[in-house]
Design a protein around this ligand. Structure first.
Ligand SMILES: Cc1cc2nc3c(=O)[nH]c(=O)nc-3n(C[C@H](O)[C@H](O)[C@H](O)COP(=O)(O)O)c2cc1C
Length: 215
């Protein structure tokens, strides 16, 4: 029987999504089946944010751990899984609003008794996000594994300025501008995508070797 991995994720600016795509390809390469479940907010966030105030308001709401209601998840999520991966960006030190809603409404019934890997894409601050998910997962009776973390690979303050410009739709496009010399582009780079694939291979190998041990 093929081993099965469920990847539940939210991605706003597509960074988690592209990492997950590579990660899933690595798992599949080792012969496991991967099912992706994308969390969809009932009221999608605007992108880019039209005003600084609207961006600030999402940041403050997430800082206060306010949930953003998501659509029902598919029934398949409640099945048997050899590993669940819970993936998404850090927002204001916490999981994003859609992930908070997933945890509150569906987290326990989906994750109870399962091995769960937290997978984070962020600019730089992931620790509080990770620890709060780990505590919630343990409370559900899940078994958190080592986390998988990707931070934007650029120095401050360019990384922060670049994020804000991107979220406000104001990224400086001129490649030879002073800013772009320090900030080649928003988000993760090619070597991180390759790394995500390699991590997928090792998670896939770990899961499928467990099946061989049991057989
Ligand atoms: C509203 C908002 C708040 C954010 N707050 C943080 C933060 O506190 N710490 C951090 O490291 N990154 C923060 N980020 C950056 C995202 O974590 C980062 O850009 C991530 O790669 C986005 O992943 P995604 O494209 O899958 O949504 C924030 C992004 C948004 C949109």
């Amino acid at each position: 029987m093929k081993k099965r991995v469920l990847i539940i994720y939210y991605s706003f600016t597509q960074q988690t999504r592209i990492l997950i795509k590579n990660f899933a390809a690595g798992i599949e390469e080792k012969g496991a089946e991967v099912v992706l479940e994308r969390l969809e907010p009932v009221q999608p966030y605007e992108f880019p944010f039209k005003t600084d105030l609207r961006l600030a308001s999402v940041m403050v709401r997430t800082f206060l751990r306010r949930r953003a209601e998501i659509h029902e998840i598919s029934q398949a999520c409640y099945g048997e899984w050899d590993r669940i991966v819970l993936a998404g960006p850090t927002w204001s030190y916490h999981p994003s609003g859609p992930v908070l809603d997933f945890l509150a409404r569906f987290g326990e019934s989906v994750c109870r008794g399962k091995e769960v890997s937290v997978f984070i894409s962020c600019r730089s601050y992931w620790r509080l996000h990770y620890w709060s998910l780990r505590i919630a997962l343990k409370r559900f009776g899940s078994f958190p594994t080592a986390p998988i973390i990707y931070v934007h690979p650029i120095k401050e303050p360019y990384r922060l300025i670049g994020l804000i410009l991107q979220l406000r739709g104001k990224m400086i496009r001129r490649e030879n501008s002073w800013f772009r010399k320090h900030y080649p582009g928003y988000g993760h780079n090619k070597s991180q995508l390759e790394d995500a694939y390699q991590k997928g291979l090792s998670v896939g190998a770990e899961i499928t070797s467990k099946s061989e041990d049991a057989d």
